[in-house]
Every structure is written in C-alpha cells, then in structure tokens.
Design a protein around this ligand. Structure first.
Ligand SMILES: [Zn+2]
Length: 147
C-alpha cells in the first residue's frame, strides 16, 4: 500500500512522527494508494475509512484527542473476537495511533479485495491491527501482546 500523503489537521502531535507511524502501519499491506488525514478532537482516538469516491484516492481519517486520553484500552469490538483476542492496554499515544491507523488501512485494502474478505472485515481489521501493533512494539524493543 502506498501512502500518498499524510495531512495534519492538528498541531497537537508532531507531524513527522505521525507520518512515520502511518507509513509503518501501512507496511506489508498490498494495494494501491491511500491518503491519510489526521485531525484533532477533544479526547480519545477514532478512525474511519470512507468508501472510495469515483476514481479518487481512498482516504483514511484519524481523529486524535489530548495525549492523556488516547491511551485507553483497546477492546475487540467484533463479537467473534471478544474471547479470542486480548484487550490491549496502550502504553502511549503511539500504540493507539498504530492500532487505529492499521485497522483503517486494512479496511481500505478490503475494499479492493474479493467479496469473501468484506464479510469478515471487522474481525480481519482487528487481527491485522493487533499484528501491526506487535510489530511496532517489537521494533521498539518492547513486549508484544500475546495473541
Ligand atoms: Zn473497523
């Protein structure tokens, strides 16, 4: 997957580090180009991957709140995963950012995949996000989350 650009709509986080983390989260994903927009919000972290508009480059939007509020535990949302995947306690905003960006980039990849993959999109995205987070933690010399 080729990250075309990372647009920063918030000054609360370092742009160069966010771009580096976005590119890390996209590593290993096949597929075309994608744009990532990072905006602010009052608290917490959210992401979405709106569908592709006619011929345009797909866009992922991440909303980051105050740094002290983005370390919340990540709990699997897909019912089929609640007993299979652990909740993840984020060590810092980077953990949460990697997890959410990887999750949304996987959704972009799913949109270009065969229909078989779309039916399991949340489960697939959450497993992918956890693998990406573990890859990030290992690269930083930290313990990975058991899967
Ligand atoms: Zn999702």
């Amino acid at each position: 997957m080729r990250i075309v650009n990372v647009e920063m709509g918030t000054a609360a986080y370092p742009a160069d580090e966010c771009e580096r983390l976005v590119r890390f989260a996209g590593e290993g994903l096949p597929g075309g180009s994608v744009r990532v927009v990072v905006r602010g919000r009052p608290y917490g972290i959210t992401g979405k991957a709106p569908g592709r508009r006619d011929g345009s480059v797909p866009r992922v939007e991440i909303r980051l709140g105050a740094k002290s509020t983005v370390r919340c535990p990540i709990v699997p949302t897909a019912p089929s995963l609640k007993e299979r995947l652990p909740s993840v306690r984020c060590r810092d905003w980077r953990d949460a950012f990697i997890w959410v960006v990887a999750h949304e980039l996987r959704h972009v990849w799913q949109l270009d995949s065969p229909p078989c993959c779309r039916s399991c999109s949340e489960e697939d995205a959450e497993v992918w996000a956890l693998r990406s987070l573990n890859r990030w933690r290992r690269s930083a010399g930290r313990l990975a989350v058991p899967m």
